[in-house]
Each structure stands twice: as C-alpha cells, then as structure tokens.
Ligand binder design. Structure first.
Ligand code: RIB
Length: 305
C-alpha cells in the first residue's frame, strides 16, 4: 500500500516565456516562445510525490475560471485526491515566468484563489489531514494558514515538512517546533537565518542556526552543488548528478515531493535525499513545472553520466 502524503498549498497557472535573457527594468525583449503550464509550488510537490510513488491528497483553492478547471484536472490525471481542492469565486493563482537561454528564471506570482486558503479551510479538511503519513507545506498561501496547518499536523503526530518558498523574511518563531524537516534553498536559508549562504560551510552555519531556532532537521538545497543535511549532531553533503539544464522551474518542488514520497514509504533520510535529488536532476533537463517532473521508474532507471 503506498504511503499517504498530504500537500497543503498553492496551485498556479504558469505563463511561461522563453527569452534570450531576463529583461532589465523598463526594457522590452523579444521572446522565443510562450506556453501556459500547470504549476504552483503546492501542486508541483503534489504531482512529484504522486509520480514518485505516494498516494497524495491536496488541500488548496482554485478560482472559478478556466485555469481553475485545468489546474484541478492536472492533479486528477495524476490520481491525486482533490476533494479538498475548493473552487472559489474569482481568478486562480498565476505565475509569470521568464526562462532565459542559460535556463535561469525569474518569477512573479499573483495569489488569486490561493489567498482564500484561510485557517478555517484546514479545519474543514481535518479528516484529509488525518489520513497523512507526511504533510508538506510551502509559503504561497497566507502565513496564518501555514502556521495553523503545521501546528495541527504536529498535534496529529504527522511527519511535517516545510519548504519555506518563497521566503524573504524570517519565519514566525512559534512555527519551528512543529517542523520535522525544513527544506530551504540557499537564498531562503539566508532569509530565514539572517546569515549569508553561498557555500557549503555557510549553509552548515545557517542550518545550525535554524536547528537552534527549533527546526528538527534541515536540508539546504544547493542547486548544482546538491544538498546539505543537518540534524543538530552533524552534517552530510549529498552531491548532485551532473545534467544539462534546460529549465530549473520546479526542481526544488520535485526534490521536496520525491523526498516526501520516499520518506513516507519507509526509506532512510539519506535514501530519500538521493531519490529526491535524482528526480530533481531529471526535472531540470525538461521544460515547464509539472510536465518536467519524472516518474518513479525514470528515477530508478537513471544512471549518472
Ligand atoms: O517552484 C516553481 C513554481 O513557483 C512555479 O510552478 C510557479 O507557479 C511558482 O509558484
């Protein structure tokens, strides 16, 4: 029986332009292409966990527009339980994404229906939360709801993962005790700890700081450098596989979803990190958010170059 992962978070329609480079302020650039692609950090992590072996339910909100229909449909296609994905009056969340020729991106999100994720929504779907082995949250829904969800999941004895993305500020101090695994990237680790993070050593210092604040364990994702695991007793560096990057959008989401699915299925932390990393490496070789996320069999078949 696959383990249960419940994802609480955002669904966005990604409006993706490919361009030679990212535009400067006030500049108009001629792009190469345009596509609408299902995304949102919450939905991407739900799809990743589902493709990578977990039984998944999502708690989120979409608008009563065409994007809302497509975003829900994309999850249902992956056999994700969407009974707790509510349709609310107004527009769905959107993300305006530019990807340049070096596969770097810049993203602006507009919350839309994700802003309707109040703490009361978490209470309404408490029965869904109770089915979870692992619960994942991110920061594209209101902070009050994230805090409420983390604490309720902790109360229920679930394994709690927070991917603090996007983060530009420290987290509320009373969240930390509810978090088993805090998974920031370098810039998020810097924003959360108030320390510069630009190397393995500075990632260790920031992770130590975040554990001192109360987080159980910390995994700092370092892009092409892999990731750094810290548990308060020591550190382990997991180098990443070398791949040719096409688009890094949703690589972090793929890691989080893959890690959660593997952990929920009983794999060790080290195995779950390696599994998430391979999935993330495969995702950057393809364009788009959800379309880039690999399946379990693709990860199992992966052989480093
Ligand atoms: O992490 C990638 C996601 O961030 C995109 O799919 C976009 O929707 C933004 O939320």
């Amino acid at each position: 029986m696959p383990a249960n992962v419940v994802v609480i978070g955002s669904l966005n329609m990604d409006l993706v332009t490919r361009a030679p480079r990212l535009p400067r302020g006030g500049e108009t650039l001629i792009g190469h292409s345009f596509a609408t692609v299902s995304g949102g950090k919450g939905a991407n992590q739900a799809v990743a966990a589902a493709r990578l072996g977990a039984r998944v339910a999502m708690i989120g909100c979409v608008g009563n527009d065409d994007y809302g229909v497509q975003l829900r449909e994309a999850l249902l296609t992956e056999h994700i339980d969407c009974r707790a994905v509510s349709v609310v009056e107004g527009c769905s969340g959107v993300a305006l994404i530019v990807v340049d020729d070096n596969s770097q991106n810049a993203i602006v999100i507009v919350a839309g229906a994700n802003g309707a994720m109040t703490p009361a929504v978490i209470d309404r779907f408490d029965a869904v939360l109770q089915t979870a082995d692992v619960v994942i949250c991110q920061l594209e829904i209101p902070d009050a709801t994230v805090g409420h969800a983390l604490k309720r999941a902790r109360e229920l004895g679930k394994t709690v993962i927070l991917n603090p993305a996007p983060a530009s500020r420290p987290l509320p101090a009373d969240w930390f005790a509810a978090i088993d695994y805090l998974i920031p990237n370098e810039s998020e680790a810097a924003a959360l700890s108030g320390l510069a993070v630009d190397s393995l050593q500075t990632a260790e210092t920031a992770a130590t700081h975040l554990i001192a604040m109360g987080a159980g364990k910390v995994i700092v994702t370092l892009g092409a450098q892999g990731s750094l695991f810290a548990n308060g007793e020591g550190f382990e560096h997991f180098p990443a596989a070398t791949v040719k990057a096409v688009d890094t959008t949703a690589a972090g989401d793929t890691f989080v979803g893959g890690f959660a699915a593997a952990l929920a299925s009983g794999k060790s932390e080290a195995e779950a990190i390696r599994y998430g990393q391979i999935a993330a490496a495969l995702s950057v070789t393809r364009a788009g958010a959800q379309p880039s996320i690999p399946t379990m069999s693709e990860v199992q078949a992966f052989r480093p170059a």
